[in-house]
Design a protein around this ligand. Structure first.
Ligand code: NAX
Ligand code: ADP
Ligand code: K
Length: 560
């Protein structure tokens, strides 16, 4: 789990470090440029300086050369660096100089007026100007040379408005090269929302590598931005995160809870930070000591004849994630059909709301899931009302969200034990104002983001909202927020398969039954869901998700 920063927080950290005299802006820019060049050579060892190249890093006499050293001298390689009018451009001048020192031919183009560059960028411009020419961006022609590498240093976290059309054109030209690197973020993307300012991401935009500094920004994990980055690396430039934040009042030790509510964290493939003991180990030991009902009893309510598949998928997910017992509640007509399909999952006839109320007198039933193949008729509306009224942990998905959108009287009854799991369409029906802001053209940065929308939705509904997608955002009413990111080495586009959302609802329900708080259950459920999909790979269908879960859990435990 990594805490993400907004552009403003990043600037504040940098300003604090400089104000405290711990580092200069120029030193930070130098480290940033060095980090980018090191990341380039690590990504493409064949681009690293040849042994004995002028001023390139040389191996010691008794050591064998690092693997990335080219053994043959194929002549000079040529790079192009597009620099912008701010400090991102300054980083670009550092990269150009370091590449030149490593033996590269480098063409540098500047967008804007060199006289107006901020001081550190201006200094690096001057250092570059002593080594090579700076041409105007308008002169950049991608076909003029055989470039082995293209560097985008046009704009970083300081982007405030859409790029001019001519700049977008040059950026797209740069992106046609086989090896492209964006410094900090791809120019044109808002670092807080991941949205391309203006009309959306132009089809030609995408880089092989993006190198950011200190920690990722929120925009690296949201909307189109992560889709346009094949590989994202974060390099350390010697900034201290939490101390600086605290110093600036971003993180007051007297008010950590408030700060936690402002933070946005991202979950990627870092299994180390998953609470393995809780997810499996420790609670498995508890399980050995207890009986099935001490690990919770989850109920999944299903619709009528021929419509139970989604509810059964959710039930299977809840059982596999460790709920002690799982029951599917069905109307009388669907009993036979479900009996033929279920074994470990139990079956109960729930015809009307009064049946549910009677069942819920059993206090051991500690989590409910309503929505997958549920239906939206008056029976289901009454059942949903009874379930909300029961004040138990409750996952609301699919049809339950449709009912909520049509019944404001039920929506206002939602409580903090509820978890809503909308996809974009359901989110739009439930929270039209937020969806409208999210789909409006982003004309200035920071643009309204999926994080903003989900937080607002959680606050309005008074419960946890999990807004699905490759960038699944999970927020609690108080503002705590997490992104479950499924990009790059964790991309799993095959999760967009019928029924996978039902299994996710089941995972969350099972975790609620095991006693996890709603926010935790949603976060861990989404994370496990993606891990299962990544582990299984292409060809996945929803049924595979619960079946692969034991292997994923075992894997997490064995890595500890
Ligand atoms: N904050 C930090 O700690 C560090 C920042 N560094 C670099 O500095 C960058 C941020 O620098 P800046 O704040 O100068 O921002 P940028 O370099 O992103 O550019 C900001 C400049 O562009 C102008 N501008 C914004 N949108 C525009 C548009 N659409 N068309 C034309 N002009 C536009 C702004 O008015 C401003 O002059 C980072 O992305 C990173 O690359 C690094 O040097 C390392 C340390
Ligand atoms: N491109 C994608 N990459 C990763 N995960 C995705 C992608 N598209 C969808 N998902 C995930 O797949 C699930 C689909 O759920 P949903 O839309 O409710 O489908 P269904 O109703 O068919 O079950 C969600 O968890 C969503 O986050
Ligand atoms: K950039």
């Amino acid at each position: 789990m990594t805490e993400l920063l907004t552009a403003a927080q990043m600037r504040a950290i940098e300003t604090a470090a400089i104000a405290q005299g711990r580092v200069t802006g120029l030193a930070l820019m130098e480290r940033a440029g060095q980090g980018v060049v090191a990341a380039i050579f690590a990504q493409w060892p064949d681009l690293a300086p040849a042994v004995g190249a002028k001023r390139g890093p040389a191996p010691s006499a008794d050591a064998s050369p690092p693997e990335y050293f080219r053994q043959d001298d194929e002549g000079e390689q040529r790079a192009v660096v597009l620099c912008g009018p701010g400090n991102n451009g300054g980083d670009g001048f550092v990269v150009a100089r370091l590449l030149k020192e490593a033996g590269w031919e480098v063409d540098v183009f500047l967008y804007g007026d060199a006289e107006k560059l901020p001081p550190d960028a201006r200094e690096n411009y001057a250092q570059w100007a002593a080594l090579g020419e700076v041409m105007p961006l308008s002169a950049y022609d991608v076909q003029a040379q055989a470039y082995a590498l293209g560097v985008d240093a046009l704009f970083g976290t300081g982007l405030t408005r859409p790029l001019e059309a001519t700049v977008v054109e040059k950026l797209c030209d740069l992106c046609t090269l086989d090896r492209t690197v964006a410094i900090d973020i791809i120019s044109g993307f808002c670092a807080d929302s991941g949205r391309f300012l203006c009309e959306g991401m132009p089809p030609g935009v995408g880089v092989s590598l993006c190198v950011t500094f200190h920690v990722r920004k929120i925009g690296h994990s949201l909307a189109d931005c992560p889709l346009a980055i094949a590989k994202l690396r974060t390099v350390d430039i010697g900034l201290d995160r939490r101390d600086a934040l605290r110093k600036l009042g971003f993180l007051s030790s007297a008010d950590e809870a408030r700060e936690a509510n402002r933070a946005v964290v991202v979950r990627m493939s870092d299994r180390d930070d998953m609470p393995t003991a809780q997810l499996h180990g420790q609670r498995t030991i508890d399980k050995a000591q207890g009986h099935k009902y001490s690990h919770g009893h989850a109920y999944v309510l299903s619709g009528g004849v021929g419509k139970g598949g989604a509810a059964r998928l959710a039930a299977r997910g809840a059982l596999r994630v460790g709920a002690g017992a799982v029951t599917v509640g069905v109307p009388p007509a669907a009993l036979v059909e479900n009996a033929a399909q279920l074994n470990a999952v139990m079956l109960k006839m729930i015809g009307q709301a009064s049946d549910l109320s009677a069942v819920l007198r059993d206090a051991r039933i500690n989590a409910l899931c309503i929505g997958p193949s549920f239906g939206t008729s008056s029976r289901e509306v009454r059942l949903l009302a009874a379930a909300i009224d029961a004040d138990r942990p409750l996952v609301l998905d699919a049809d339950a969200l449709t009912i909520l959108a049509e019944h404001p009287d039920l929506f206002v009854q939602l409580h903090p034990k509820c978890v809503l799991t909308p996809h974009a369409g359901e989110f739009g029906r439930l929270f039209p104002e937020m969806a409208e802001k999210l789909s409006a053209t982003a004309t200035q940065g920071p643009a309204y983001s999926k994080v903003d929308a989900t937080r607002e939705a959680a606050k309005l509904s008074g419960c946890v909202v999990l807004f699905k997608g490759p960038d699944t955002v999970i927020a609690a009413p108080g503002g705590r927020c997490c992104i479950n990111a499924s990009f790059q080495d964790r991309a799993a586009p095959w999760l967009a398969t019928a029924g996978s959302g039902d299994v996710l609802a089941g995972f969350i329900t099972g975790l609620l039954a095991r006693g996890y708080a709603p926010l935790e259950a949603a976060e861990y459920g989404a994370w496990l869901h993606t891990e299962c999909a990544v582990d299984f790979g292409p060809g996945l269908i929803a049924e595979d998700l619960p079946e692969i879960l034991p292997r994923v859990l075992a894997d997490i435990c064995s890595n500890k």
